[in-house]
Ligand binder design. Structure first.
Ligand code: PMT
Length: 215
């Protein structure tokens, strides 16, 4: 299969020096890409700014902002059978992005933010027979929030991680997640490496594709 994966944070610039971002290291998305290659798939990885090397045999596209990531996902999606949105996309960006470094004295005490596009919502009309997997980074009401996002974003699976735990979510080499499906009971998974979790997600995509071919 051809699998499109997003990873890492986005950066939303205030000026050429300062930006809004988040703690995503890219480890989870890169591990999914590695697991997909190990299982024989062709992988395109759209990544925000991270410090990780490109896994062998992966085609990598680097982006910075949410709008750049949206453009890349829109462009690449038609050539892929599945999309895994693991990136931590900034929901907001500064309304004004200065072209020159703002002087400390000219820095406004309040920065006005505007909403970024939701990438999954934007590409929902292009889903057709493709398999869409999302992630939910949560601190509270994990189940409820993950189910809301699963339905709102029209996903086949959402991977809910509790980002308060030190061995899960952002930056860790391991993750502990609950897989939430539209048509069956949620499946809590034990602590595992991000690579092993990647393998499980790719296995889900393979089985889902196989089922839709036989139906
Ligand atoms: O990179 P690591 O350090 O390894 O950390 C991994 C991770 C914690 C970033 C990852 O496991 C994770 O949870 N990624 C999703 C983080 C997130 O943005 O969650 P969310 O609940 O805000 O978004 C829900 C889904 O919508 C996600 O699939 C997200 O990619 C997508 N989204 C979000 C905002 C937006 N504007 N467009 C989107 O498509």
């Amino acid at each position: 299969m051809k699998i499109l994966i997003t990873a890492g944070p986005t950066r939303e610039y205030i000026d050429p020096v300062r930006f809004l971002s988040n703690r995503s290291s890219g480890k989870m998305g890169f591990a999914i890409a590695e697991a997909a290659v190990a299982r024989g798939h062709e992988v395109t990885l759209i990544s925000g700014p991270v410090l990780l090397g490109t896994p062998p045999e992966v085609t990598r596209i680097d982006v910075e902002s949410a709008e750049e990531m949206l453009a890349a996902v829109r462009r690449e999606l038609s050539g892929n059978d599945a999309l895994v949105m693991c990136a931590a996309v900034s929901d907001f960006r500064p309304r004004i992005q200065a072209c020159h470094k703002l002087k400390k004295s000219a820095m406004p005490p309040v920065i006005e933010l505007i909403g970024n596009p939701d990438i999954l919502q934007c590409v929902k009309p292009q889903k057709s027979g493709r398999i869409f997997v999302g992630f939910a980074a949560e601190t509270d009401n994990i189940h409820v929030e993950a189910e809301r996002k699963l339905h709102e974003k029209g996903l086949d699976l959402i991977v809910a991680n509790d980002i308060k735990e030190p061995d899960a979510g952002f930056e860790a080499d391991t993750n502990r997640v609950i897989l939430v499906y539209p048509d069956r009971e949620p499946e809590p998974l034990p602590l595992m490496t991000k690579f092993d979790l990647g393998g499980k997600l790719i296995e889900f995509i393979e089985l889902k594709a196989e089922k839709s071919h036989t139906n």
